[in-house]
Structures are given as C-alpha cells and as structure tokens.
Ligand binder design. Structure first.
Ligand code: GLN
Length: 575
C-alpha cells in the first residue's frame, strides 16, 4: 500500500546530524525504521531537504547524487531509496519535504487570502506548515522516522529544529524522540578517537532547546568505555544511550550493529512502547552473508557518464543501480564488483577495457556526451555474447546500435542527440512533443510507475515470474489510483509495474522493422489513448541481452531484488 489511511497515534523519531554531513544519516534513519518495523510497529521514514529547490528533479546527479523516483512520480533525494530498500515498502513523494515546498505553499495560501489578513511570518507559519507536512506523511503509521538533512548549525536547519521543538510540545514528550548522528574522528598523527566535535554538536543542538535521547557515533571503530564515558560526562547523556556506528563494508550491517547495543529497545522505552514481537533478523542475516561472504564473485562494467566532478569520482550518481546489483547478488550469494567506465574513454581508446568483465550495464542518462562510447560498449556485448542489461537510456541506445549495425540504418539515432535525424528510432511522442516544441523542458517526462504487459514466453516474463515479483506487482496494481499509470491492461496477461523517468520513447513507426530483424519487444504499456509504448526488449540467441525503458533499480530491495538484475547475474553464472 502506497499510503495508509488508518487512524493511529503516531510516535516520532527525529534524526539530526552533528559535526558534518556525509556520515550516513540516511542509512541510520532507514535502519531505525527497519528496527521499529521488526519490533512489530508499522513504520515510515520522511526526508527533509532544507534546500529551496522544490524537488530534486532539476538537480544534476553530480550535485547531490542520483535522483530517486517514487511510484507517484516524485523526483527525490536518494535517501528515500535507502528507506525503501531497508523497509521493503513503496514510499510516496509526500515523504520528502523541501524548504521550497514549504515556502511555496505558505505563499500560495497567503495569495489566496487563507491567512485572513494576518501578517504571515517565519514563526509561526513556516514551522506550522512543516508540522502539517510531517503529520500528513506519517498518517496511518505507528512510528515515523524523520531525517533532517544537513547538519545542526546550518542556518537552513533552523525552521526544522524549531518545528521539532513544537512537535514535541504538541504531541507530548513521550511521543517524540531525538537521535543525533555524530562523527568521531581519529586524526592520524595522534591515532586517538576524539569526542570533542561530538560534544560541541550536542551543545549546539541544546542551543535550540533540543536534547538528544540517543547519540549515534559514526567512527572507524566502535566506541570504547572511555569515549562513551567522556560523552556522558561532558554532554550529560548516559553512556547507555551513546551507541556506536562503526564503518561497515555493507550498509545492510548497520541495523544489526545498532541492535547489538539494543537501540530498538532503548527507543521503545523512551517512547513508552512495549515490544510487540521479538525481532527476527535471521532472513536479513542470511542475505547479508551472501554479500559479505559470497560463494562466487563477478565483475560488471558500468558504462556511464556522471563520474567526474573535478578530482572526485561520484559513484552516488548511480547508487540505485549499484545497490540493485548488491541486492540481486545477496540472493544469489554472489559478490558483484563494479568496474566504473567513463563512456568517453571507450570513445577515445576503444573497448579493450571491457575485456575483463563478465557483464555490461548501460544505465540511465541525459545529454549527448559519451553516447558513442556507450553504443560501442553495447555492440561489444551483443557481438561477443556478453550479458547486457540496458536501463532506460541503455535500452534506447541498444536499439540505436541494433538499427545502425544490424538493420543497416547507419544514420539512425535518438532525437535527443540529433533533432534533424532522418531515422529517429527513439523520439518524443504525443503531448511531450507539443510541450517540447515550445522549448519547455519542465513537466515533459514520463515519471513514476507505469504498468507493462509482458509477452508470456519472453525471458523478461520468466524473470518476473521466477523471482515472485509478478505476484507482488499484481497486488500493487490494485492500489494504483491514477488510471493513466495503469493504461489499458489485460487482466489475463502478466502485468508488472516499474518506475520511469524519461522524455523519449521507441518510435512506433520502427517497431515492426525491429521485430522483423529479430528484436523481441517483451513488454509494452498501452496508454489510455495513443499507441503502445515499448517497455522491454530482448534479443534471442544471446545469453542475456535485455533492456528496459523503465528503471527497475528503483524497485530493488534487499529482500526483493529486481528481477532483471537477478536474471542478469544468473545468466552470467550459467555462461
Ligand atoms: N535521456 C533519455 C530520455 O529522456 C533517457 C533518460 C533516462 O535514462 N532516464 O528519454
């Protein structure tokens, strides 16, 4: 269920960051949510992004990492992806709150006279709107974990900290707990773990009249008694509530580490909740073992673009794709390492860099840079029987490669990269065309979940069936409220639901040409009006050459990996 409407009294756990960002607040929030769920409490997680952007839709991936897409078409910070992967739940866009959204609603309401002539002010109106949004997203859940992005001390955090204080007053102290994640450095010249920055962060939080109930201490290693004691003395928090968050090889270890120090029980006690059940982590542990102690290892090339920002390489731009490989690998007990390849390097130096990989992925992307390198990688996979998985742009380019090299249409291209092309085998269609012709790039994407009907005997249908996803999606389809997402579906056929984020589609004028040349379109979406949109393709006589217009990585969870990623890995193993 995307959101529940049941009336329950919600308890709130607010997660704030001390010292600096990038220490794993998203994973800590996701882990706490999962812990509460395992104690029997229906939980959700909410992300607050204190930026002015309305959502993450216009953010470059190298700015903030990947843009996450929800079923209901939200374009959101990647932390929501962690929440879904840990909770095994679909989370809607209302669970992401930005400063842009808060101010926009307050100003819109002021313009329409909703404040009845009052002066509209930072306090109380902004925190009021923040609380309204938190309550809206929490409705129907017993526990809501709220992650406040950024770090205490950021000016942008002030309205949210004010709102937390008000929430605690309105809901009662027993109903709101505060967790602070802080960082303890070990400077190499003294080789000693320092607690001072954590102490200062606690003090800074107390300046907002907020006192943390739990301190999570991210560091290279778990904290010893001495450090816990220091935090207890200087920050006045009992050592028992100071919990280690040591570095881990795999993020799925984090909830288990927290539970070693009984984080769940301590939070329940603080919120005056009894444990409804004894948490069972056995399934989780088994999957984790598949990741940390794999029986086999394989190497996959990710041929992509958003890798370089100055001196840094930002793999976060593809976090869902790499996590989907981890999730699928966990089920198969296979360790998947990724060879990151900048497509431009293939353009300049050829496909030699692909010779030592077991499979190739071309993930989603926008704009023309590196396109030729991606096409060459796809050709290499097709001609050398290397398993290939194409995601969104990876499907569009698989078709461009096929048209050029198999169908003898050397000039064919996607209209995105060559607007005047005479063979635009990937094009923009219908309504999107009208909007784009007016040079308006906002609101032109197909966003969120869409149903796709699969060809019964296709490889794609096989993977969805074998992984049990077909059954799960049948349930999900019943909860989709927006008819355009379902389109026209044939109940008797296999139908799946995957998320989308793209402007262009396979040009229907070329579908029969592709099919005559050997491409199988293994799934399509039939819109309420207009021609069917191709959602999946595969090549017969190849161990695994499968691509999709969707982003199946947005539906991957540790406990329910994405079927195409499982298929991709199994095909590599059986080669
Ligand atoms: N740029 C392509 C489009 O807009 C593909 C987008 C993507 O890969 N997400 O259709």
């Amino acid at each position: 269920m995307l959101y529940s409407t049941e009336k329950v009294n919600t308890k709130y756990i607010v997660v704030v960051g001390g010292v600096m960002s990038g220490v794993g607040k998203g994973i800590a929030t996701a882990s706490i949510a999962r812990i509460m769920e395992n104690y029997g409490y229906s939980s959700t997680a909410i992300k607050i992004d204190p930026y002015i952007n309305y959502d993450a839709g216009t953010l470059r991936p190298t700015e903030h990492g990947e843009v996450w897409v929800t079923d209901d078409g939200g374009e959101i910070d990647q932390d929501l992806g962690s929440y879904e992967r840990f909770l095994s739940k679909d989370i809607p866009k209302r669970n992401n709150i930005t400063t842009g959204q808060i101010y926009k609603r307050v100003i819109d309401r002021e313009r329409s006279g909703k404040y009845l002539g009052k002066t509209v002010q930072f306090i109380p109106h902004i925190p009021e709107e923040i609380i309204r949004r938190i309550e809206e997203a929490s409705k129907g859940f017993e526990v809501a974990i709220i992650e406040i992005g950024g770090t205490i001390g950021d000016y942008e955090n002030i309205p949210y900290l004010f709102a937390v204080k008000s929430l605690s007053r309105l809901e009662g102290r027993d109903n709101v707990a505060v967790v602070m994640l802080t960082y303890l450095p070990i400077p190499s010249h003294i080789n000693e773990m320092k607690t001072k920055p954590a102490q200062q962060a606690i003090r800074q939080l107390s300046e907002h009249a907020i006192f943390p109930d739990i301190i999570l201490c991210r560091a290279k290693a778990p904290l010893d008694r001495v450090r816990k004691g220091k935090i207890e003395t200087y920050a006045n928090i009992e050592a028992e509530y100071v919990i280690s968050a040591p570095d881990v090889d795999c993020v799925y270890e984090v909830p288990l580490n927290f539970e070693k120090e009984n984080l769940g029980k301590k939070l329940l006690k603080r919120l005056r909740l009894p444990a409804k059940q004894k948490p069972d982590w056995s399934g989780w542990r088994k999957l984790l073992k598949g990741i940390t102690n794999p029986e086999k290892k394989l190497r996959v090339a990710m041929v992509c673009k958003y890798l370089d920002i100055g001196e840094f390489s930002l793999k976060d731009s593809y976090i869902s794709v790499s996590q989907a490989l981890v999730d699928a690998g966990a089920r198969e007990k296979v360790g998947v390492s990724i060879k990151w390849i900048d497509a431009k390097d293939i353009q300049e130096s050829g496909t030699e860099c692909l010779e030592d990989v077991d499979g190739i992925i071309v993930p989603g992307g926008f704009g023309s840079s590196g396109i030729q390198g991606k096409i060459e990688a796809i050709r290499y996979a097709r001609e050398n029987n290397i398993p290939y998985l194409g995601l969104c742009l990876g499907m569009q380019l698989a078709l461009v490669e096929f048209a050029r090299n198999v169908m003898c249409l050397p000039d064919s291209n996607s209209r995105e990269f060559d607007p005047e092309n005479i063979h635009p085998i990937v094009d923009y269609l219908g309504e999107q065309r009208k909007i784009l012709e007016k040079e308006k790039f906002g609101a032109t994407m197909r966003l969120g979940a869409y149903a796709a009907q699969l060809k019964r005997n296709s490889k794609v249908a096989r993977w969805y069936k074998e992984t049990g996803r077909l059954e799960k999606d049948r349930e999900r389809l019943k909860n989709i409220k927006e008819n355009f997402r379902l389109g026209v579906i044939d109940e008797k056929e296999p139908v799946v639901l995957e998320r989308h984020r793209h402007r262009y589609e396979v040009n229907p004028d070329y579908i029969s040409d592709f099919e005559e040349s050997g491409v199988i379109f293994s799934g399509f979406h039939r819109p309420l009006q207009g021609k069917p949109l191709m959602e999946f393709m595969e090549l017969p006589n190849h161990p695994f050459f499968v691509a999709t217009q969707a982003h199946p990585e947005f539906k991957s969870r540790l406990e329910d990996p994405a079927p195409l990623f499982v298929g991709f890995i199994r095909s590599i193993l059986s080669k």
